[in-house]
Design a protein around this ligand. Sequence first.
Ligand code: P6P
Length: 341
Amino acid sequence: MLEKKLVTLDEFVLEKQSEFPFASGDLTRLLSDISLAAKIVNREVNKAGLVDIIGTTGHNNIQGEVVKKLDVFANEQFIHALTVGGYCCGIASEETDEYIALDSPHARDAQYIVCIDPLDGSSNIDVNVSIGTIFSILRRKSLTGPCTLEDFLQKGCEQVAAGYVIYGSSTMMVYTTGKGVNGFTLDPSIGEFCLSHPKIQMPETGKTYSVNQGYFQKFEEGLKQFIMWCQEIDDDSNRPYSLRYIGSMVADIHRNLITGGIFIYPATYEHPNGKLRMLYECNPLSFIVEQAGGRATNGHQKILELQPVELHQRTPIFMGSKLMMDHVESFLNDYASVSNK
Ligand code: P6P
């Protein structure tokens, strides 16, 4: 029996390009540049323990987080691929304090900018837990010449495309251009991402909640009540739910995308904007979750409607299956007036 035809990422993106009127092919090439860099990063991630690339660089990034050698390597690979490719005019990376304006003749007139977290969850590298790359693609607002800060400070609903790569038991690339979510698994024997998860739909409910329960005492009352509700014994609603928290956002979101669930990284009284960044973590993953039928808010407003005001801005985030999102939001609203100090 003939095996099902393998559809590579490049073939799929090219085929879908026809769904976009006036498509110039630049977005297709941009996604191809990103997938190439992801394959190179994957190669190093898979042997990180064997070469002198794990461990730290001895300095901290703008987030004040210890920078791992693999962080630097991944950042270099994506910036190089996007620079050489010439299909974007600017890059905002978690690993670089300021945005990078690409000024080659081709890049200067390119219509897209990219926001990227080259290697998210890097604290897990040394303990061999899944990590990921997250990217967001926007159309520049400036007309030509060097990109500007305003090109990056756009609402998440303006994204043209968004995706992530998860370096896990297998390496997958999952992306959307606003017409559904599709997943591609890297076949190392041919070096291609192949369509493995077409038209991903997030189950409208789940049995998993993902939150760092260690911060429980710092949460607002409504979130505390929601978490205790998740832990109640109630067969009719499949509770208690399971707590699954990997500490790598891409891995937690990917699991919840497939099996259903809710991921929460909330504000605390110490960090009123939470920890996760809007431009290259929350916006792209919210775009994907919404395209797969889920929801994403900061507890009160849609993430994709928030107006960013700075490059590395953080936001509290609640994202997941829509019925679980309804539940957590009802608790947040019911206890909104209760102080969490
Ligand atoms: P905490 C990894 O450092 C990260 O940015 C996300 O991938 C992850 O969800 C979160 O931070 C974990 O943060 O405070 O629970 O260790």
